[in-house]
Design a protein. Structure first.
Length: 327
């Protein structure tokens, strides 16, 4: 659609003088080649600004380059224009006149750039809505897949046979997890307190299921529990931590989870042991279950595009996730 608009715009610019002089005696006095030459320089400066300068984040830094290109474009047009007619005006009059013309085209293409950017942002918001829904569905599937739900139910069943007092609590936390996914997860924002409680319930169920296999250090430091945050942003990292720790041999594998909120700045840290050989042997469907880090990265980019940093790395067989966001 955009190429057609640009084509139409330049056709209007090219043929406007001829339409203006239509019906007058003698018509438009300048040749078509002259108009093509003028069009070339107008397009050159317009697309230089549109494609190179306007997208820059630090525009003041590149302003000297723009001024140089601008001056060269004006001088280039003045030189080639002399081939079509003798210049009857003073050099500076021509320079200022042509500069004003190019500035006008700069404003036109700046407007086009802003409209295009706004439209693109609307498409991203629409995409965000779709991806958020898909993320919630995948998160729900992660809770009902055999690798989590069945094992958790088996743990609860074993506790019930032993008449363990923890059984009602485990059932309640499993129910709360589903309720959060179905209700709070559908909202645009939830409180940080709700998000952390959901993570705690998930961790509690995993600790009960994996028993002696994992040792979890879950710590929080929150200065405002009512602070709003998009739901289901951290669960994917926590899921992965338990998923890849559960396939390791032995006992006492350590998982560290730390959440800190100070002055609306959120810091989330998650560490877990990791083994490449063990990962290669697991089932593909099980490996791809859950919210997933890639999906979470996409949601972060759309929800907090300029207000977050995410660092994911494996170092000395330890998987590290560090997320910082300005809420």
């Amino acid at each position: 659609m955009e190429p057609y608009f640009h084509g139409l715009l330049w056709c209007v610019v090219l043929f406007y003088p001829y339409m203006k002089y239509m019906g007058r005696e003698g018509g438009y006095p300048m040749s078509f080649l002259h108009e093509l030459n003028s069009l070339f320089f107008k397009m050159t400066i317009s697309y230089f600004l549109y494609a190179w300068y306007f997208p820059k984040k630090q525009q003041l830094k590149y302003l000297p380059v723009v001024l140089v290109v601008f001056a060269l474009n004006v001088l280039g047009y003045g030189h080639t224009d002399n081939y079509f007619h003798s210049n009857s005006h003073d050099f500076w009059i021509n320079f200022v006149s042509q500069s004003l013309t190019y500035i006008a085209f700069g404003f036109v293409f700046f407007t086009i750039f802003i409209i295009k950017k706004s439209y693109k942002r609307q498409l991203e918001i629409h995409q965000l809505t779709q991806e958020k829904q898909q993320a919630e569905i995948r998160a729900l599937k992660a809770q009902v897949n055999p690798h989590f739900l069945f094992n958790t139910l088996n743990t609860i069943y074993a506790n019930a046979l032993r008449k363990d007092d923890k059984t009602p609590e485990l059932i309640l936390k499993l129910s709360d997890g589903f309720r959060y996914m179905l209700h709070e997860g559908q909202k645009e924002f939830v409180t940080i307190e709700q998000e952390i409680q959901h993570l705690k319930d998930y961790v509690h169920l995993q600790k009960e299921r994996l028993s002696k296999k994992v040792i979890v250090n879950f710590s929080t430091n929150i200065d405002d529990e009512t602070q709003q945050i998009a739901p289901l942003l951290c669960i994917g990292f926590v899921e992965n931590a338990f998923k890849y720790t559960s396939i390791l041999k032995g006992e006492g594998h350590k998982i560290d989870i730390n959440i800190k909120l100070q002055n609306k700045k959120l810091s989330f840290l998650c560490k877990n042991p990791f083994n490449d050989k063990a990962v290669e042997e697991i089932n593909v469907d099980w490996k791809e279950s859950g919210v997933g880090i890639k999906n979470t990265e996409n949601r972060l980019q759309l929800l907090y595009p300029e207000n977050h940093t995410l660092e994911v790395r494996e170092e000395k067989q330890v998987f590290n996730v560090k997320l910082e966001m300005q809420l």
